[in-house]
Every structure is written in C-alpha cells, then in structure tokens.
Design a protein around this ligand. Structure first.
Ligand SMILES: NC(=O)C1=CN([C@@H]2O[C@H](COP(=O)(O)OP(=O)(O)OC[C@H]3O[C@@H](n4cnc5c(N)ncnc54)[C@H](OP(=O)(O)O)[C@@H]3O)[C@@H](O)[C@H]2O)C=CC1
Ligand SMILES: O=C(O)C1=N[C@H](C(=O)O)C[C@H](O)C1
Length: 245
C-alpha cells in the first residue's frame, strides 16, 4: 500500500442522467483524485447502483450519503435543494446550471458565507480566454454596435445561454453598456458563441465553438478537486483554475 496516496474527494453528482451528468460520471472514473459516491436525477433511477455508483431520485436528496463536493448540472428548479443540502452539511458546491434567477444568484452569495461555491456559465478554458478578449475589445471599441449570438441544440431550455449573458457582462464591464443578444436552437449543436463588434466599413468577430461536452465536464471536475481544499466563499473560475489569464 502506498502511504502517500491521497483519499479521493467524494463527489455527489446532481443531474446525473443528463447530457452533462453522464459526461461527469464517465470522466470522473478516469481520475483517481475523485470518487462519485452518489448520483441524483429528477426521476426514480432504473437501477439502484450503476457502475458501482449509488443512484437516487432528487426527492431523496435530504438523506444523501456523506460527500465532500456536490457537482450540479441540473435545471433551475433543481438548484435550490442542492444548494440547501450543501449549506446544511457544510460542503462545497460546483454548479454549471444556467437560467438561474437573480434570487438564486443572491442565494449563492448568502450560502458562500458558510461554504465554498463555484458557479460558472461555462467551464471551458476557451471561454475563459474569450471573456478576457471580449472585455478588452469592448473597452477599445466603445461606440461600435455589439451583439452576442449563441447557437445550441434544440433541447436547451434557457435563452440567451448562460455563457452569452456572461460574455455580455464582460462587454458591459469593458464599455459600460450591454450588447444585444440573439439565440439559435438547431440540431445537436453543443454550444457556439460569437461576440460581434461592428462599425461602418468593418466588423470584428470573436468566436468560441464547443464540439464536445467533455470540455465542460473536465473543467467542472477539476474545479471540484480544487474547491474541496478552499475555505468558504464564492469562487470564480478564472481565480480557481486559470489565474494567469
Ligand atoms: N456551465 C457549463 O459549462 C455548462 C452548463 N450546462 C447547463 O447544465 C444544465 C444541464 O444541462 P444538460 O445536461 O444538457 O441537461 P439535461 O436536460 O440533459 O439534464 C438535466 C439533468 O438534471 C436533472 N433534473 C432536472 N430537473 C431536476 C430537478 N428539479 N431536480 C433534480 N434534478 C433535476 C435531470 O433528471 P431527469 O433526467 O430525471 O429529468 C437530468 O439528470 C443546464 O442548465 C445547462 O445549461 C450545460 C453544459 C455546460
Ligand atoms: O445547455 C447547454 O448545452 C450549454 N449551456 C451552457 C450555457 O448556457 O452557456 C454552456 C454551454 O454553452 C452548453
């Protein structure tokens, strides 16, 4: 036995049956620093244990087994219970659920007085870099028209996407006014975001295209591994994961 081996961080995955949940469960199996101890979906699970992970319905969240970090990619109506569970147990939360209300955003700030919370609209490195580029472009082009155009799969419920709103906030920081938004829903597009700056005679486009959900799942798992060591507070993705941006 290796005495230096660390005990894996115990993860509770919320939204486990979903597109993101399935990617999280698969990619967590490839890491030895995390172990999924419970998987929650809204519906009753078909199997009580799958790939050695106990499966539960969201209604059973209150009786969750011990965990270190909850990773939530569900829907806005599932968010409050998982935040409440983490706050009650004193455990960290990593969430990528988009479409949250301003009251839910305020609840994150309140909970962060007692637990570590990471919420990000997009867990990819590319969007973290894009955000900084957009802020700089907006500051340099204050009088130009600015539009954020996003495209996603037809199953996506919220519009504009969380990432589009996040990029819009970067525009507002850069130049003091929000952009316009446009949303497309088509086929199985994973996620595409274009921030366009336009003036008479020229146009600048900054684009990110995700072709695979694994980029988001890998980012969220890494955030979970890192936030497990942190004291209470609300952590942004850049400070936790990409401090050199
Ligand atoms: N931040 C980021 O990087 C990313 C964020 N997202 C966001 O993550 C979220 C999930 O996306 P996606 O996986 O595509 O969605 P899916 O619809 O594929 O999955 C949603 C999951 O949440 C569960 N769920 C739904 N409602 C509740 C509830 N009330 N309580 C508990 N669980 C619930 C579903 O369970 P059941 O199947 O039983 O209904 C399912 O497991 C969305 O908000 C999306 O915008 C997505 C990709 C990247
Ligand atoms: O629902 C999705 O799929 C995605 N949602 C996130 C968002 O709303 O920005 C991130 C990504 O674009 C995929």
């Amino acid at each position: 036995m290796n005495d230096t081996a660390k005990t894996p961080i115990r993860l509770l995955v919320h939204g486990a049956s979903g597109r993101m949940g399935q990617a999280l469960l698969r990619l967590a199996r490839e890491r030895d620093d995390v172990r999924v101890v419970a998987a929650y979906s809204r519906s009753q699970p078909a199997q009580r244990v799958k790939d050695e992970v106990p499966q539960f319905a969201a209604a059973e969240l209150g009786g969750a087994p011990d965990f270190d970090v909850a990773v939530d990619f569900s829907l806005p109506d599932g968010f409050d219970p998982v935040l409440a569970l983490c706050a009650a147990r004193g455990k960290a939360l990593v969430s990528g659920t988009t479409g949250l209300s301003s009251a839910q955003n305020a609840a994150i700030n309140d909970a962060a007085a007692g637990i570590a919370v990471v919420w990000a609209a997009n867990y990819s490195l590319g969007v973290a870099v894009l955000t900084e580029l957009v802020r700089r472009a907006a500051a340099a082009l204050p009088g130009w028209d600015c539009d954020v155009v996003e495209a996603h799969h037809t199953r996506k419920l919220d519009a504009p996407s969380g990432t589009a709103l996040h990029l819009g906030a970067a525009v507002a920081i850069g130049r003091g006014s929000e952009p316009h938004y446009a949303s497309l829903r088509a086929g199985d597009i994973v996620g595409e975001h274009t921030v366009q700056f336009a003036a008479p005679g020229e146009r600048l486009e900054l684009i990110h295209r995700a072709s695979n959900r694994d980029i988001f799942a890998r980012g969220a798992l890494e955030a979970a591994a890192r936030v497990a060591q942190q004291s209470p507070g609300r952590y942004g993705l850049a400070e936790l994961m990409f401090p050199n941006l």
